[in-house]
Design a protein around this ligand. Structure first.
Ligand SMILES: CCCCC/C=C\C/C=C\C/C=C\C/C=C\CCCC(=O)SCCNC(=O)CCNC(=O)[C@H](O)C(C)(C)COP(=O)(O)OP(=O)(O)OC[C@H]1O[C@@H](n2cnc3c(N)ncnc32)[C@H](O)[C@@H]1OP(=O)(O)O
Length: 236
C-alpha cells in the first residue's frame, strides 16, 4: 500500500494532482451548480422528469467505470495520488472534487489558522441564513485542520458551537482559530466565524489524538460498499 502521508494536507486550494482530478473538479462544480439551480428554480413538472431521466442516465454512465470506495482504496493503486492529495479532493467539507463541499479552505498564518467559506442557497436554514448544522460542520472541518498547529492531530472529542447572529448565505465567511491549551494527546481550540466583520458564530473544540495514533484508524472495519440511492421514479 502507498505510504500514508499527512492526512491533514488539505489546506490551501492547490492545483489538482493530475488531469483525472482536474476533470473531476469540473464535474463536481457542475453538480454544485445543478444543486444551486435545483433549489432556486422550478421548471414545469414534465421538464423536471426529463431532467431527472437525463441525470439518472448520466449517473449510470459514470458508474460504468471501475468503482473505488473510500480513500484507502483510492491510494491502493498509486495512480490517484497520496492519501493527502485524495483527501484534499474528496473531503466532504473542503474537497474540490466533492460537490457536497461548499468548499472550506484553510491556511496557517503564524499561530493562527485562517479559513474561508461561501455557502449558496442549498445551505439555507433560517431564511437567508446558513443552516446551523452546516455552521458546525464547517467549524469541525476548519478546526480539524487548524489543530495541525499543535502537531498532535486527533479526532474531534467535542465541538461546542455558539450562534451569535445568523450566518448569511452567498457571503464570504471568514474563519479564525487558535490553540488555547495542549495537554498530552488533547488539543483545546477556539474558533470564530465572521460575515462582513460581524461575529456570527464561535466554538470551543477538543481534539484527541487516539492512543494508537491517527494511522491506527486504517485498521477499522470498512462500511458497506454499495450505495443505491432511490431514484425519483421509485417515488422516494
Ligand atoms: C488511514 C489513516 C487515516 C488517518 C487520518 C484519519 C482521519 C483524518 C480525518 C480527516 C483529515 C482531513 C481533514 C481534517 C479535517 C477535519 C477533521 C474532522 C474530524 C472529525 O470529524 S473526527 C470524527 C468525529 N469524532 C469521532 O468520531 C471521535 C470518536 N471517538 C474516538 O475515536 C475516541 O474516543 C478518541 C480517539 C477520541 C479517544 O479514544 P482513545 O482510546 O484514544 O483515548 P481515551 O478514551 O483514553 O481518551 C483520552 C482522553 O480524552 C478524554 N476524552 C475522550 N473523549 C472525550 C470527549 N468526547 N470529550 C472530552 N474528553 C474526552 C478521556 O477522558 C481521556 O482523558 P484523560 O486522559 O484525562 O483521562
Amino acid at each position: 500500500m502507498t505510504e500514508l502521508k499527512n492526512p491533514f494536507a488539505s489546506e490551501e486550494i492547490t492545483a489538482p494532482f493530475n488531469e483525472e482530478w482536474q476533470a473531476k473538479r469540473r464535474v463536481a462544480a457542475a453538480v454544485r451548480l445543478l444543486t444551486e439551480v435545483l433549489v432556486t428554480s422550478s421548471p414545469d413538472t414534465s421538464k423536471m422528469h426529463d431532467i431527472a431521466e437525463q441525470l439518472e442516465n448520466t449517473a449510470s454512465d459514470f458508474a460504468s467505470s471501475p468503482r473505488v470506495y473510500g480513500r484507502l482504496d483510492w491510494i491502493e493503486s498509486g495512480q490517484h495520488g497520496s492519501f493527502g492529495q485524495v483527501s484534499h479532493e474528496l473531503n466532504p467539507l473542503a474537497g474540490y472534487s466533492n460537490p457536497l463541499a461548499p468548499p472550506v479552505t484553510t491556511r496557517i498564518e503564524g499561530d493562527m489558522a485562517i479559513g474561508r467559506c461561501f455557502c449558496g442557497w442549498a445551505y439555507e436554514g433560517p431564511p437567508g441564513s446558513v443552516h446551523g448544522g452546516y455552521v458546525a460542520a464547517i467549524f469541525d472541518q476548519f478546526m480539524g485542520f487548524a489543530q495541525k498547529l499543535g502537531k498532535r492531530p486527533g479526532m474531534t472529542g467535542y465541538l461546542n458551537v455558539s450562534y451569535h447572529h445568523r450566518t448569511p448565505l452567498t457571503t464570504d465567511l471568514h474563519l479564525e482559530a487558535r490553540i488555547t491549551k495542549q495537554e498530552g494527546r488533547k488539543t483545546f481550540m477556539e474558533g470564530k466565524m465572521f460575515a462582513h466583520d460581524e461575529l456570527t458564530a464561535s466554538c470551543e473544540a477538543l481534539f484527541i489524538e487516539p492512543r494508537k495514533g491517527m494511522y491506527a484508524l486504517k485498521q477499522q472495519a470498512r462500511p458497506e460498499e454499495v450505495f443505491s440511492p432511490p431514484t425519483a421514479r421509485s417515488g422516494a
